[in-house]
Design a protein around this ligand. Structure first.
Ligand SMILES: N[C@@H](CCC(=O)N[C@@H](CS)C(=O)NCC(=O)O)C(=O)O
Length: 253
C-alpha cells in the first residue's frame, strides 16, 4: 500500500501526485493542512523530521523529498518508465530534478510574498513563537521568522524572480534538443519542472512571454495534453480544501 502525506497547493506534492497518476498507482491520501501548520504537529514530525510535505509511506518505509520519492517510485514501479534508458538523457533528467529542487526555495519565497503572508502575520506573537520552536530546519525557521516580522523586501523578491528566470532560460535552451527536458523521453525532469513553471505562471504570468519562451510554451501545451497532468493540474480537480478565513494553530498536537 502507498500512503501519501501531501497538500493540495504544494508544488512538491503535485510532483509526486503526478508521478503516481502517470504510473496508475492508487494511493491513500493523507492530507496535511499547511494552512493550519499540520506539517509541524508532533505526529507528522515523527514521519518527516524536516517538517515539510510530501512524505510517502510504502511497505512500512518512509520516504521524504519529492525528487527522492519519485526516484523511489521509478525503482519499485518501473512501468511505465519515467526515466530515459540512455545514460546521457538520464543525466539530463537528473539535472532538471535537481534544478527544480534547488530553485524551489526562491519560488517559495515569492509564493509567500504574494499569497501566503497572512499564514504567519495573522497569528498571535505566542503562537508564532510556538511554531518557530517546532520548525526543525534552521533555514525554514529563519524564513518563518522573517515572514512573521513583515516578510521580504522588494529586492529580495526580485532576486528570487531573477534566479527563477535563469532556470527558465536554461530550460528553454535544453528544449531545443527534443520535445521533453531530457530529450526524446517524457521523464521525471518534466514532472519536476512543470511544478515550478506552473507556479511561476500563476505568480508572474508576464515573465513567461510566449515569443521569448516559445519552446516552454509548446512544452506546457504538450504537458497539459497528458491525461495525468490534466488530472493533477486542471482547475477544480486538485485535492484542495477551501482556504480558512483565518490561520490558526488551534488544536495542534
Ligand atoms: N525540496 C523539498 C521541499 C519540500 C517543501 O518545501 N515542501 C513545502 C510545500 S511545496 C512545505 O512543506 N512547506 C511548508 C513550510 O514551508 O512551512 C521537496 O521537494 O520535497
Amino acid at each position: 500500500m502507498l500512503e501519501l502525506y501531501h497538500s493540495g497547493l504544494s508544488t512538491c506534492s503535485k510532483q509526486v501526485r503526478l508521478a503516481l497518476v502517470e504510473k496508475g498507482l492508487p494511493y491513500v491520501s493523507r492530507y496535511i493542512e499547511l494552512q493550519h501548520h499540520a506539517h509541524l504537529s508532533t505526529a507528522y514530525l515523527k514521519l518527516n523530521p524536516w517538517g515539510v510535505v510530501p512524505t510517502l509511506i510504502h511497505d512500512g518505509r518512509t520516504i521524504v523529498n519529492s525528487a527522492a520519492i519519485n526516484e523511489y517510485l521509478e525503482d519499485v514501479f518501473p512501468d511505465p518508465p519515467l526515466r530515459p534508458s540512455d545514460s546521457k538523457a538520464r543525466s539530463r533528467m537528473r539535472l532538471w530534478t535537481w534544478a527544480a529542487d534547488m530553485i524551489h526555495p526562491a519560488l517559495q519565497n515569492a509564493t509567500y510574498d504574494q499569497v501566503l503572508k497572512r499564514k504567519m502575520t495573522d497569528l498571535e506573537p505566542d503562537d508564532i513563537e510556538r511554531l518557530l520552536h517546532r520548525m526543525p530546519a534552521p533555514e525554514r525557521r529563519e524564513r518563518m521568522r522573517r515572514i512573521a516580522g513583515g516578510g521580504f523586501d522588494r529586492s529580495e523578491i526580485e532576486h528570487a524572480f531573477e534566479r527563477l528566470g535563469f532556470v527558465i532560460e536554461r530550460a528553454e535552451a535544453d528544449l531545443a534538443d527534443g520535445p521533453w527536458l531530457a530529450g526524446e523521453t517524457y521523464s521525471l525532469a518534466d514532472i519536476s519542472m512543470l511544478a515550478i513553471v506552473h507556479r511561476l505562471i500563476e505568480l508572474r504570468p508576464g515573465m513567461l512571454d510566449r515569443d521569448r519562451f516559445s519552446r516552454i510554451d509548446h512544452w506546457c501545451d504538450r504537458m497539459m495534453a497528458r491525461p495525468a497532468v490534466r488530472q493533477v493540474y486542471a482547475a477544480g480537480t486538485e485535492e484542495t480544501p477551501p482556504r480558512p478565513d483565518r490561520h490558526t494553530i488551534a488544536g495542534m498536537a
